[in-house]
Design a protein around this ligand. Structure first.
Ligand code: DUC
Ligand code: ZN
Length: 466
């Protein structure tokens, strides 16, 4: 007798899709049996006609964030509830210090805000801002605390969260010494500051100038430099939100030489474009790096299919129309960021798998397995396998829905994907053996999720192993 059995589904494993029943007990996967296996269970889910996949792992989320002085719409409860509705069962957020705070203090504060509120498991990337000697020693401490990946913003100088090249150099040295992973928001701050100043001087303040003042060159230059630096230090590197075709080529080259370099892109860079910035509500679409042309999106899809890009995150950072309007007269005053962590799996399934841009097993890798591998959660998370946490999403490939903000759990009054019809939708989400969502009914609660301590896999540090 086990707690839960999932029958009749098509189970997506790393190298095949299997017709099997999954047996779950005490929160973990304990076995597989042939179709309609006979071992009894307290509860049985019939997944006939559906795909059974590892629950999504989203390694780039800003919940309950304060960004550019404005507090976002979601919090740790509503954000993780929404995430699980859309099939995500683990997230990694950020501990970003406010002015005068240390990163360690930011970690404590973020954990106080999240623990007991999250519906799904979570972890944090410490953000390294101004590196004091106290912060240098903290890098080792963070790794020991189970947070071995770091975020450095190479932009946002005036917002006070930038890390300059001196800081970057020291973080690479420390991370290398203790086995950490350096991750950057890679854009060239000086080029962008110059272009923004020129645009404002000429009175060019509409939303499209957000993209025009951050052209692909400003990202390409910095991605290229980060790959050089990582290679110089023989250290692994993670590039948050890659958006440009030149970047895909750079990762292809580095990885083909065996260097442990990893790039993510985000849902919005695959399905939205800079044309959205020309809409009457174009300011809503301001995020950094900016949305690009279709040519870049198509290169990103190809990079995902070929393995040059490792995964897709959401970069959830939810600002409502009113919040965005703070910059209605000038693009540089708009809080940067887009909502939609709950649509990452459905949109990628519909636009990726259904439109044959990626296979089903690649979908599973880029939404779950690779994030778990790169950030030290694997094989607890990211795979359906005996001994792993029973974090599972069941997707009905025939179910069609139109995305609407009426469904929002955190009061969003717009979404970048609003009006898009999506074919293929999560109908059941299971976290650690507990059914959180069943056919639109929420069965979870605040505190179902817990903090995840992570440890990087040696192969991830050495070679492009995801
Ligand atoms: N980019 C955004 O658009 N929002 C939050 C942080 C970031 O880098
Ligand atoms: Zn981000």
């Amino acid at each position: 007798m086990v707690d839960l059995r999932i029958d009749n589904g098509k189970v997506v494993l790393p190298d095949c899709v299997l017709d099997a029943s999954i047996l779950i007990d005490k929160g973990v996967i304990v076995g597989f049996t042939s179709k309609n296996g006979s071992l009894n269970a307290d509860e049985i889910i019939d997944a006939e006609g559906k795909y059974v996949l590892p629950g999504g792992v989203d390694p780039h989320t800003h919940l309950a964030t304060s960004f550019m002085g404005i507090k976002g719409k979601d919090d740790h409860f509503t954000g993780t509830k929404a995430a699980s509705w859309g099939g995500t069962t683990s997230i990694i957020g950020f501990a970003t210090p406010s002015k005068g705070e240390s990163t360690l203090e930011a970690v404590t504060k973020t954990r106080e805000a999240a623990d007991g509120k999250v519906v799904i498991d979570y972890s944090l990337h410490p953000t390294i801002v101004n590196l004091s000697s106290e912060n240098i020693s903290q890098i080792k401490t963070f790794i020991e605390m189970g947070m071995p990946s770091f975020k450095l913003y190479l932009v946002y100088r005036k917002e006070g969260i930038m890390a300059d090249d001196g800081v970057l150099m020291q973080v690479f040295e420390e991370a290398k010494k203790y086995g950490g992973l350096v991750g950057c928001h890679a854009e060239n701050v000086s080029m962008i500051e110059h272009l923004v100043a020129e645009a404002l001087k000429s009175g060019n303040r509409s939303a499209i100038y957000h993209a025009l003042t951050r052209p692909p060159l400003t990202e390409a230059e910095t991605v290229n430099r980060m790959l050089f630096l990582a290679n110089y230090y023989h250290a692994p590197y993670y590039n948050f939100h890659l958006t440009i075709k030149e970047g895909v080529d750079m990762f292809k080259e580095s990885r083909s030489k065996g260097q442990p370099m990893y790039a993510e892109t985000c849902t919005q860079y695959l399905v939205n474009s800079e044309e959205d910035l020309k809409r009457p509500d174009g300011i809503n679409f301001i995020c950094t790096p900016p949305l690009r042309t279709r040519e870049h999106s198509e290169a990103l899809w190809r990079g995902l299919a070929s393995g040059d890009i490792s995964l897709v995150s959401s970069d959830q950072c939810a600002f409502s129309r009113d919040m965005k309007k703070l910059g209605e007269n000038s693009f540089d005053l708009v809080p940067n960021g887009l909502p939609g962590l709950e649509y990452r799996l459905p949109v990628l399934f519909s636009e990726g798998v259904q439109k044959k841009r990626i296979t089903l097993s690649r979908f599973s890798e880029i939404t779950s397995t690779n994030a778990a591998k790169i950030f030290g959660l694997y094989p607890k998370k990211g795979i359906i396998r005996v001994g792993s946490d029973a974090d599972i999403v069941i997707i009905d490939p025939k179910l069609e829905r139109t995305i609407t903000c009426k469904d929002s759990f955190y009061g969003m009054d717009w979404y970048p994907y609003e009006g898009m019809t999506v074919k293929g939708w999560p109908t059941i989400t299971i976290s650690k053996g507990k059914i959180l969502w069943r056919d639109g009914e929420f069965l979870g609660q605040a505190g179902d999720g817990e903090f995840l301590k992570r440890k990087l896999l040696p192969e991830i540090l050495r070679s492009p192993a995801a």
